[in-house]
Structures are given as C-alpha cells and as structure tokens.
Design a protein around this ligand. Structure first.
Ligand SMILES: [Zn+2]
Ligand SMILES: [Zn+2]
Length: 243
C-alpha cells in the first residue's frame, strides 16, 4: 500500500526564520548569519554572539582550544600567529602586504564590574583550622567542584565580583568558564579592549603570571593579535610599548 505524501510538511520549529542581534555590529540579522555553537552544552538553536561578517573581519584565526574550556587566553600563545586565512582576502580589505600595519593601541576606561552580588562581606573570611579556605564552583557541564584556596585569593575574588562568601571559610565562584567568557565578551561587545577591533578572546589586565585573577574587574575582551602581543606584560607596559 502506497502512502500519499502529506500535503504540507510540518516545519520544525528551528527552521522558522529568527533574528538575532550581532554582539559586535549590533545589527539584527537572520540566524543563518551566525555560526552554530559547537561543544558539549550547545543547544539546538544556540548561535554565536557575533555575525559571520564581523567574525570574518578578524585578523587571525582563533586558537583552536579557545571555544571550549579555556579561561586560558595565555593558551593562545602556543598558536602560530602567522597562519592567515586565505578566505580573508575578500572585498573588504585590500591586502597587499603580508604584514599589516601595527595596530594603534587605545587607552580606554577600565571595565565596570557587575553589581555586587548579595552575600556577606569578604571581611569575615578567614582560614579554617587547617589554615585554608575552600572555593566551590560548577563546571560548564554543571558538575560541582571544590578546591583549596588562600585568604588573599578568596578576598580578591569576592572583591572583584567573581565569587560570593558562603561562610567565613568558603567562597563560591559565580561563573563557570563558559558563562564567564560569555559575560566578558557580551559586556565588551566583542570589541578588543586594546585596539577596538573585533575580539573573541579573554585577556587578563594584570596577567595571571603576575598574580592577576580571572575576575570581571581584571578581564577584558581582546583580539587574538593584541592578546598574543600583550602576553605577560602589565597593561601599562603594553600600552606604552611600541606596537
Ligand atoms: Zn556583526
Ligand atoms: Zn586588538
């Protein structure tokens, strides 16, 4: 017995045209203009924050590990900075030389932290009988983790709005790796803190190697190029150095 085709195919919800505002250029664009998210927790209709056109303006390919776990912009240091995408020789930029002119670095106001979360003040924190404090948090997958920390780190994380005080011996990280990254890129509108171009990496103003922490106060959006050239330098040293 042969079945007749239904007159109308039911349309899956995801195929209904939807619009989204680009996090960088702020234009409303069709969802198709945004790359799908990849990775473990990406939902069906989850799309990246910046449109394809803005992404294409990037000067360099993103580090391959950049999208997953890493609150680890320093990671990108290991990525070659000279593999340019052939596709970039589009119509927007006349590329006549291999080396683009050095970027102008702009001094900008430092990021404004998010409103301070509810909770006891960091002044009540002190080490427990074993001389430590504990820090709790969640992974991107929602799994809980806990690790030891010291008083100075705990106080800084709470002060810089990255954690809240649970009790005098325990703090809790507010962000997962992914939600932190999303928070910073959205706050900074995918705009590099140093040169003002499109950016999609997280940079520590005070490098971690010098005691900086991964907090809303100490992190900014940066383009790959600025992130790599700043490396472990302090903000001041980077801004005043020759590009
Ligand atoms: Zn855009
Ligand atoms: Zn930049």
């Amino acid at each position: 017995m042969e079945q007749q085709h239904a007159a109308q195919e039911p349309q899956p919800a995801e195929q209904v045209p939807q619009y989204k505002q680009c996090a960088h250029c702020k234009e409303q664009k069709l969802l198709a203009e945004f790359l799908r998210r990849t990775g473990r927790r990406s939902g069906k209709s989850s799309r990246r924050g910046a449109c394809r056109a803005c992404r294409k303006l990037r000067k360099q390919p993103a580090p391959s590990a950049g999208e997953e776990d890493s609150l680890d912009p320093d990671h990108s240091l290991s990525v070659s900075s000279h593999s340019r995408e052939a596709a970039e020789s589009g119509d927007t930029e006349p590329l006549h030389a291999d080396t683009p002119p050095p970027k102008r670095r702009i001094r900008r106001p430092l990021p404004v932290p998010p409103p301070r979360p509810e909770g006891p003040s960091e002044s009540i924190l002190r080490p427990n009988r074993e001389g430590i404090l504990r820090m709790r948090g969640k992974t991107d997958k929602g799994r809980r983790w806990q690790q030891e920390t010291d008083l100075e780190t705990a106080v800084t994380l709470v002060r810089e709005h990255a954690a809240v005080v649970v009790n005098r011996h325990i703090i809790r990280r507010i962000y997962t790796n992914r939600s932190f990254r999303n928070y910073i890129l959205t706050r900074d509108q995918h705009t590099c803190h140093y040169c003002g171009e499109y950016g999609d990496t997280i940079d520590h103003l005070l490098p971690r190697a010098k005691g900086g922490h991964t907090t809303p106060v100490n992190c900014v959006c940066a383009c790959n190029e600025c992130n790599q050239s700043k490396a472990d330098r302090n903000l001041e040293d980077f801004i005043v150095s020759e590009p």
